[in-house]
Each structure stands twice: as C-alpha cells, then as structure tokens.
Design a protein around this ligand. Structure first.
Ligand code: CMP
Length: 141
C-alpha cells in the first residue's frame, strides 16, 4: 500500500482534485483510505446501502446492472457518489476488471469534501451529467 505522501501526489495528478492546493490535498488524504481489489472483486453491490465514495487510483472497474454494462471506469474516475447523495441503495454493481486500487472516503468525509470545495462538487456534477447523456444515447437505455 502506498504511503500517505504518495497518495497525496497521486491525487494531485487526477483532474478530480486538480482544483485543490497541495495543503488541502494532504489533509484530505488523511481522511480517506486506500483499498486494493483483485480482478472480479465486487467493490460496490447493487441494492446495498452506500457507505463510501471511491476514486480509482489505478486499474479498471465495470459498472453493471444485471447483464447490462453501463460503463467502464479507470484511473481518475469516481463511483459510489449516487447512494451517498440521495441516501438510497446502490444503483448498480461496480466490479474490478483488473487489480484495482481505489481511494475511498466515508459518507461523512464525502459530505465535507463537497460542502467545502465547490470546484470539486462542480467537477462531479459535470461528470454525472456526462454519464446521463451517455445513458440517453445508449441503444440499450
Ligand atoms: P452508487 O449508486 O452509489 O453505486 C453504484 C455506482 O455506479 C453509482 O453510485 C455511480 O457511481 C455508478 N454508476 C451508476 N450508473 C452509472 C452510469 N450509467 N455510468 C457510470 N457510472 C454509473
């Protein structure tokens, strides 16, 4: 597992946190936790209550609803925000496609992050809008 300074510099390289200065990133790192998964591991299970927000630091994960693949996410992309925002069960499974390293925040830390960093919240909104548009143009939606 990478040390805290390594995680801070890794977070600095992903667009999600590019609006934060180094000091903020370092303090944020101490609030989260690095988690590693093997290919095939279910990171988030549809229908369960959400307790975490995940940012992929390395690897790839697939968002699946039953047989349907909704998206493939990679380094710098996030998942798990929906359930934390509306406090409803997870909308889909998220499964590691390869050895995958995530940085995870509790729902409590996630709420603090979006409340105190409007740039991060805006970045997340833009990505969520992109996902809605992709779902609208998908032939299976
Ligand atoms: P959540 O519902 O908490 O858990 C499953 C996650 O999959 C969800 O949050 C989103 O982060 C992600 N997700 C759900 N639907 C899509 C989609 N159409 N495209 C990309 N990611 C999605």
């Amino acid at each position: 597992m990478a040390s805290a300074p390594d995680t801070a510099s890794l977070l600095g390289t992903v667009p999600f946190f590019s609006s934060l200065d180094e000091k903020k990133r370092k303090s944020l790192v101490s609030e989260g936790k690095e988690l590693s998964y093997k290919a095939g591991d279910i990171i988030v299970r549809e229908g369960t209550m959400g307790v975490g927000f995940y940012l992929i630091l390395d690897g790839k994960a697939e968002v699946r609803k039953g047989e349907r693949i909704l998206a493939t996410l990679g380094r710098g992309q996030f998942f798990g925000e929906m359930s934390l925002i509306d406090e409803l069960p997870r909308s889909a499974d998220v499964i590691a496609l390869s050895p995958t390293k995530c940085w995870a925040l509790t729902s409590w830390a996630f709420a603090g992050l979006v409340r105190t960093n409007p740039e991060v919240a805006l970045h997340m909104l833009k990505e969520m809008v992109k996902r809605v548009r992709a779902a609208q143009s998908s032939p299976t939606s």
